[in-house]
Design a protein around this ligand. Structure first.
Ligand SMILES: [Zn+2]
Length: 108
């Protein structure tokens, strides 16, 4: 039996199985880091669409860009998370966070 050795993730400090760690980071952190750029892009496009809609402009092309960004997020997660169920869960969370960001913007 290969014993499961727990080591701390350098980014979040959580104890994780050593087999889950690459470059000192746990899988969750690797996914987060990999998505940072796309998340920022998603937020930018989302705000752009809100602005277009507020002006009554046609936001369809921005909507397509948002969908494309979400596809790229899904691709990146699939590259990092081999288990399909886990990948779906990661994507669900990432999209929830990305789409939920607008509520923070509105509330403030
Ligand atoms: Zn971590």
């Amino acid at each position: 039996m290969t014993g499961s050795i727990l080591i701390p993730c350098h980014r979040c400090g959580r104890q994780v199985q050593s087999s889950q760690v690459r470059d000192g980071r746990c899988l969750d952190c690797r996914v987060e880091v990999a998505l940072e750029e796309l998340r920022a892009e998603h937020a930018r496009l989302w705000r752009k669409r809100e602005r277009y809609r507020a002006k009554g402009a046609n936001a369809e092309s921005v909507g397509r860009q948002i969908a494309k960004t979400e596809d790229r997020m899904a691709d990146r997660i699939r590259e990092l998370v081999p288990n399909q169920e886990e990948a779906v869960e990661h994507l669900r969370k990432a999209l929830e966070q990305a789409r939920g960001a607008r509520y923070d913007i509105r509330r403030s």
